[in-house]
Design a binder for this molecule. Sequence first.
Ligand code: NAD
Length: 377
Amino acid sequence: MSNKIRLGILGGGGDSLIGVLHRVAANMFDKYQIIGGCFNPDPKQNKDFADQIGVNASRVYDTFEIMISEEMNLPENQRIQAVSVLTPNFLHYPMAKKLLENGFHVICEKPLTTSHEEALDLQKIQKEKGTSFAVTYTYTGYPIIRQMKDMIKNGVIGNIQKVDMQYYQGWINPIIHDKSQRNSVWRLDPKKAGISSCIGDIGTHAYHMLEYLTDMKVDKVLSDLNHLYSDNELDIDGTVLIRFSDYSKGVIRASQIATGEENNLTVAIYGDKGGFRWEQENPNYLYYLTNDKPLQVLKPGNPYLSEFSLQDTKLPAGHPEGIFDSMGNIYNGVAREINGEDNFKGSYPTLDEGVRGMKFIEKVVESNAKGNIWLSL
Ligand SMILES: NC(=O)c1ccc[n+]([C@@H]2O[C@H](COP(=O)([O-])OP(=O)(O)OC[C@H]3O[C@@H](n4cnc5c(N)ncnc54)[C@H](O)[C@@H]3O)[C@@H](O)[C@H]2O)c1
């Protein structure tokens, strides 16, 4: 029998955006085998898709509840061990809760839940069960991001004094200006997306990335959000001032109406000795800035990089690493933990980080609703 981790998938069907990224990531290091799931709530589409990706019909389930109860009836050495939750946001909590209660490892898409309270509940159950739980803030898996994290930890840029995180997309433009369309997408429906669209969907990536890279905790936020239309319940653009302390501050700028922008996540972190700039659309270049030397550009796979950065780089320098590799590295981090192998801290974003992400979303929405006031995280 294969030693691979038996993986189930919820959501991520043929009609989904993110499913393919997870399937490729799971297969990248030959550590998982996708053996079951419920990929789509429509039984026919569910079965057809499972057939297309080679999942045996006996392990394709009409609902997640049926999947969990049927899998629990199987001997442990055949049962699914880890489950990826790739559905719209409102389903993350009920799915993850039941999975945790039954002892499955979970790899869950962000945002973790639709409220901080739900997130805390998952945290409590996970502590009791002791299973692995990743929240897929995808971009933290890039080798050069891990390099930046290590260099900041080693004091290369000194004390952080200014941060500027930008996450600009423009995809919602054609939808938001059409009344019928803006009432039809789940990302703008509070029942399915939660209390925020833009901050919950992408601002949360920028926020998580900031704390991931700096190992610092944002202390306070003040936000100004835009809904664009009075009948649009959720934000689709926002600026969030952030403070680590009175002497270390910055901004998170996120938008889904930045016309023409695709997936422009740009990280800029400045310390008293140097700075870093990184752009997700050109993820192989880490710009290292200092006052007294010309600009340096660091690239993945080179021997001058840290062990953490090099660990999951599969090909020699000059072979670009992309979004699939980034997610693959996160899956590999989870697999290492499940298999009891040595693991770097930060090799995957944890449940605790997802819980903090939910607090960030709630406080940002609250700050805006209360007239743009400072709130503690
Ligand atoms: N990490 C990232 O960078 C990133 C990028 C995009 C999306 N996401 C997150 O991934 C999740 C899914 O987003 P998406 O854009 O792929 O959504 P999507 O609407 O494109 O796909 C959702 C999938 O879930 C399936 N589904 C819906 N209800 C289901 C149910 N009850 N049981 C089983 N399957 C069900 C749908 O059939 C579909 O296959 C969201 O939480 C989103 O925030 C993360």
